[in-house]
Design a protein around this ligand. Structure first.
Ligand code: ADE
Length: 239
């Protein structure tokens, strides 16, 4: 998978790509990253990339021309190959694990990282294929949402994760939240590990973990709980 980022903050993107799973995926040559510094396409002596909004109001808007030029360059690199151009924005459709799964099949992805009040709509209309929101809150700029989306995609590319870790990702949204985890020591600051986990009784441990997953999901995520129960009933009816 070849991934491009158009951003006025290339260092921010670079720092995230240089660690952990995202870095390992590149080292294994399963992905390649290309960071495009939007300022290079800015206008005038100060490489301007934002301007006042037509119609007035507070905040600045990202100018169309630097983004068009940056995207012309990206499109030239990609040629006629099929690509998805992702623009993270609170106005986008909700980003989910299903979307991650779909995007993990693509060969070319381009992320446009927005800033300030927004991006001139004409750029979105002509170049963006996917607008996603990572949640109902606002963060500063599109880099962090792009990294969230990217990480969720890259970890689904075969070979990026070990088998055990991929299995855990697979089970997540289709089932329940995870159960609590414990490691040594048995007692830390007066807090003990639940007895059942020390019992060596695997069937009992599985039962405890399943009960914990159900309890957590029920309490914390009624939306997932409802979906889980609906699917369970449907499966039972099919049998
Ligand atoms: N940019 C700022 N906030 C965002 C959000 N919640 N999702 C996607 N992009 C964003």
């Amino acid at each position: 998978m070849k991934i491009y980022f158009v951003t006025p903050f290339p260092q921010l993107v670079k720092s995230v790509l240089g660690e952990s799973i995202l870095r390992r995926a590149e080292e294994k040559k399963l992905v390649s990253y290309n960071i495009v510094d939007l300022r290079q396409f800015g206008e005038g002596k100060y490489c301007q990339i934002d301007d006042y909004p037509f119609g007035g109001g507070t905040g600045m808007v990202m100018m169309p021309e630097p983004l068009f030029k940056a995207m012309d360059w990206v499109c030239e690199q990609i040629g006629d190959e099929e690509k998805r151009v992702i623009f993270p924005t609170p106005q986008g459709e909700k980003y989910t694990q299903d979307t991650a799964r779909e995007l993990s099949q693509c060969e070319y992805l381009v992320f446009i990282c927005g800033h300030y009040k927004g991006v001139d709509e004409r750029v979105i209309e002509t170049h963006v294929s996917d607008e996603y929101s990572i949640g109902d809150y606002v963060v500063t700029g599109g880099e962090i949402p792009s990294m969230v989306i990217l990480d969720s995609i890259v970890r689904l590319i075969p070979g990026v994760l070990g088998d055990e870790e991929s299995a855990r990702t697979d089970s997540f949204f289709h089932k329940l939240l995870d159960h609590p985890h414990y490691t040594r020591p048995k007692v830390v600051r007066g807090m003990e590990v639940p007895d059942v986990l020390l019992s060596g009784h695997h069937a009992k441990i599985d039962e405890w973990r399943q009960a914990q997953r159900e309890k957590r999901t029920h309490e914390r995520r009624p939306d997932i709980w409802e979906k889980y129960n609906k699917e369970k009933i449907e499966m039972e009816n099919e049998l």
